[in-house]
Design a binder for this molecule. Structure first.
Ligand code: HEC
Ligand code: HEC
Length: 288
């Protein structure tokens, strides 16, 4: 019993298992005894490792930390610490990360890596490779653009109030001419385009139209890497501003979308839809 000794002893003490008893057991036995006691004590809602002799168990805790609920009975929002970052540094990282891990990873991993450098702690081990799933609008489905997905996940990881940041950056994605940042290691210039949609499919096809390049060209790969850089940069600027108390949306929900939502969204006369996307990207306006 060499690793995790402190933790094991702390839990054992809390459960009233004699320190000497634990000290004289080998690690597996100690863990098994403790887990057994926890189960017997019936700790409410706690998730405890069932089979502590299982070979996967190395230096992990025995009890999964309990989920805290807020006043509304929803999962308590518990962001990790954030410090002001250099938007260009994160953007340059995002460009390179996109090329090795695709779009969602490009944005998400860059923020985590930069924070690992500046803060350390939880960012040293926070898993980033899981975000590879976001590639091509989720495994090539062309749904939510991976840079949007990665941005929103990163905002949720670090911001105490992620919603306004996410709204701002998604609207920037929809309505700004992107990419609007040339990464340090860029190997070409990229024609910008406006997607007016959060979808990978629409964003890519609008860009193909604007640039004359194909969806599976090396130019498109580079374009999405520049896009990841632009999105990471915009996210960091918004997070920095929010932390400094100076955040103000530059890309609010347009009046036209607000008008549609007034009748069709929550509390509206029809209330038969939900969402903040640009409605006219798919629907025609109609007489009312
Ligand atoms: C003043 C309220 C109001 C506003 C504003 C409004 N709608 Fe509607 N919408 C209606 C009503 C009423 C209907 C008809 C429902 C029916 O006939 O069952 C309708 C029907 C629709 C339909 C389904 C039928 C169709 O015509 O295709 C769509 C889609 C739609 N609206 C989208 C929009 C969009 C997009 C906007 C904004 C550009 C918008 N609406 C603004 C009230 C509104
Ligand atoms: C990505 C494309 C897309 C976007 C963006 C979009 N819609 Fe739709 N919407 C659809 C599709 C597809 C349907 C289902 C097919 C249909 O009924 O036309 C639908 C259905 C609807 C309906 C029900 C239509 C009916 O016949 O009853 C309404 C109302 C509607 N959308 C309103 C909106 C509003 C308001 C927005 C903006 C906040 C919006 N939509 C954004 C694609 C879209």
């Amino acid at each position: 019993m060499k690793t995790n000794r402190k933790l094991v002893l702390a839990i054992a003490t809390a459960l009233g298992i004699g320190r000497e008893r634990v000290m004289t057991m080998d690690r597996r036995k100690a863990l098994a005894t403790i887990a057994g006691s926890i189960t017997a004590a019936g700790v409410a809602g706690a998730i405890v490792v069932k089979d502590v002799t299982a070979s996967q168990l190395k230096d992990t805790p025995l009890i999964r930390p309990e989920i805290k609920l807020n006043k509304k009975g929803k999962v308590h929002h518990d962001p990790l610490p954030y410090v002001k970052l250099d938007p260009d540094a994160v953007a340059d990282r995002a460009y390179k990360n996109k090329l090795i891990g695709d779009c969602m990873y490009g944005v998400f991993a860059s923020l985590v890596e930069e924070l690992a450098e500046q803060v350390g702690g939880p960012y040293m081990t926070y898993p980033t490779t899981v975000t590879r799933y976001g590639k091509g609008g989720v495994m090539g489905w062309g749904t939510t653009c991976g840079t949007v997905n990665g941005m929103a996940m990163a905002a949720y990881l670090v911001s105490p109030d992620p919603a306004p940041v996410i709204d701002e950056v998604i609207n920037y994605f929809q309505y700004a001419e992107l990419p609007d940042y040339k990464p340090k290691d860029a190997i070409m210039d990229i024609t910008p385009s406006v997607s007016e949609s959060t979808l990978c499919h629409v964003s890519v096809s609008e860009w193909c139209k604007a640039s004359g390049h194909k969806a599976f060209s090396k130019e498109r790969t580079q374009r999405c890497a520049h896009l990841a850089a632009s999105m990471a940069r915009k996210l960091v600027m918004a997070l920095n501003e929010q932390q400094a108390g100076t955040f103000k949306a530059v890309f609010p929900i347009p009046a036209e979308v607000k008008a549609c939502r007034a009748c069709h969204d929550k509390g509206g006369e029809l209330e038969n839809t939900r969402g903040k996307m640009s409605c006219t990207a798919c629907h025609d306006k109609h007489e009312v």
